[in-house]
Design a protein around this ligand. Sequence first.
Ligand code: ASP
Length: 345
Amino acid sequence: MSRLHVIALGGTIAATNSGTDSASGVTPSVSASEIAAAAGLDTLPGGAPEVTFDQVAQVGSGSITLGMLDAVVASARQARTDGARGVVLTQGTDTLADSAFVLALINDSGLPIIATGAMRNPTLPGADGPANVRAAALTALDPSLAGLPSLLVFADEIHSPLTVTKAHTTSVAAFASPAAGPLGWVSEDRVILQHMPATLPGTLTVPEAGGTESVEETSEPIPPRVALVSVGFDDDLAYLAGLPAAGYAGAVIAGVGGGHVSTRAIDAVAALAEKMPVVLASRTGAGAVLERTYGYPGAEIDLLSRGLIPAKMLDADRARLLLILALRAGVPAEKLPEVFAAFRG
Ligand code: ASP
């Protein structure tokens, strides 16, 4: 009999009305085992897996921390020792793509962690959580995906953590991979793959997360602060000057187009790059940042010559997460370009 480990962090998939007053909204309260029970995992093809559970947190996904994801990895490591073949992670969708990417970098458990959630909470007609958990379980147990650290499964589509993004506030098909499309899908309880993701770099280091007790109750260190700066039309980015004093250790500039800023912003960007690592990405959300096309002031050749690090194929959100993890792992400034170079553009 195969063994599946289900880890839960909260989110819409777990959210119900706690009182009689529906105006007060839904909050995460349904447990990991209740979420799994609704997915009918006992009728999976190949026989009912033995399912184990770990409620690592019960929060809205905007409040998920790096420490919680460390605890998810620790839980997956223990599950592997106990004989599990795959892991399903349920959480809120708002940061589901972020978690999948972080787990792609730090999951050294040897088990794939398949992240999923729901857009409609369990009190609503057509709640999508159970179907998503079932598809995620099938993906987690599929032998062809066993070597991958993480994937995101939603609305029967299987997405790479390198490309997936939440692209709609309410649609049940909220997730898309604009740069590459999904890797495959789940149909009639079978995983159908069209592509495999490009090899993910090795793990960046996972400090011991102190077991799998609820992270909410423990105080965890604040990871290095990295600012995400989306460049607006005609923006001089004057506020960048305040980042060092505010405690930031790095920044990601999501430039317009291929990675550009206004000529009026060049001085602020260059001054920041003298004080901390600054990564250049694009605000477009798909494609690689340019490195050798445009020669005008404020374009990518100018900015990279001032010490900015190209984000390669990573979008700005993923570039920020990678920089946080690299700084947390103690990667020295001169080695940071190599960390990003692994994500060839
Ligand atoms: N809207 C969210 C969700 O889909 C809430 C959250 O991310 O926690 O789960």
